[in-house]
Design a protein around this ligand. Sequence first.
Ligand SMILES: C[S@@+](CC[C@H](N)C(=O)[O-])C[C@H]1O[C@@H](n2cnc3c(N)ncnc32)[C@H](O)[C@@H]1O
Length: 409
Amino acid sequence: MNRSANTAASTAGDRMISIPDAPLETRHRILWGDATTLGGVAHASVDLVVTSPPYPMIEMWDAIFAAQSPEAATALKDRNGMAAFEAMHRVLDRVWRQLWRVMHPGALACINIGDAVRTIADRFTLYPNHARILAALVKIGFNPLPVVIWRKQTNAPNKFMGSGMLPAGAYVTLEHEFVLVVRKGDKRCFATPADKRRRQQSAFFWEERNQWFSDVWFELKGTRQHLSRSDRARSGAFPVELAYRLICMYALRGDTVLDPFLGTGSTMIAAMAAGRDSIGVEIDPSLKGAIHSGIDEMLAWARARIDQRLAAHNTFVAEREKGHGPLRHRNVYYGFPVVTGQETRLWIDRPVAVRSTGQDVYSVDYTPMNAEKTDPGGPKTKTAPTASSPAKPAGRRGRPKRQLSLPEF
Ligand SMILES: C[S@@+](CC[C@H](N)C(=O)[O-])C[C@H]1O[C@@H](n2cnc3c(N)ncnc32)[C@H](O)[C@@H]1O
């Protein structure tokens, strides 16, 4: 991040003086290497981890685990499911220990993982990956926080497993995954005025809070549509929206987000879209093309997503004001009404350009922040919309004419 973006704030008592912040610039590095060592990632340099490891006991990942663990290879050959499960998790344990090293005290890690079911040696078994990983994280010293259940409903006719309509041999479907959330140590402190201001600017809307901080997520779309069939088959990619949401929930603009299992680059694309720095580590160099084409498509996705957030807010305000009367607060950058005082300095960084600044290193530029229009909690003023703040106060002007649809990503 261009740290000068933090320094433009100036206060006189409680009154904010209207000095526009410097435009944000973020930096993104792809490291081709092994997450069990995380070479190239400095101690205590990461503010948030968003990742999804290869899933133990899901067949598509057997070879990658066997290559990293002779014990896993032997157990698979011997058809010893539980021994293979444990050996694969020992590989992941080494990554979790590295996360402890590279995370700041107070930083959070969000780990997307699904359990596995598999029949080995005629025995159908659940391999509880989420429980094994959470136990390992707690053993390392991480503090567990409430998890998200990501419901991935399927209508496939073959989703039911086992003995059909006959009792005692049928099994419930596996239609959810988890996002485990853990913290290194105590809550993060925001001690300096610059950090406090950056935190306020990183706020999300009240109505987004109500949706994002619910523990079951239903409506996330699948993986990126542009991935080739072979990339898709071997990538296990999660939707960019999943990473984008977690990054907005748990990191500040300009923070550093790490994905130790970068895969096709979804976390990096989301970090670019959200105005956070990122580092991605990936062991399989054949994914380079998929990562780079994802970065090429980032700007279009980000702009559509940001327009959608602003339009959704306008729609929300219109509905809310119809039922409850005018909202009490007004955002100082956009001029639209918001529900709480915490949203008055909310700003959504809009990426305008991606530059390659070295081998597998990128910088992203964002539109400059609008000048502040008014004191938070002070008199409410109308603001002319600008290119970087296209939303209009919907409470006065009604619903946006059309709903923006997101490119599938
Ligand atoms: C489930 S995929 C991640 C998918 C990613 N979230 C996405 O959206 O594309 C797991 C990735 O971890 C990579 N991987 C496996 N073992 C690794 C290791 N030891 N170090 C770094 N990457 C590894 C695999 O090559 C694979 O791309």
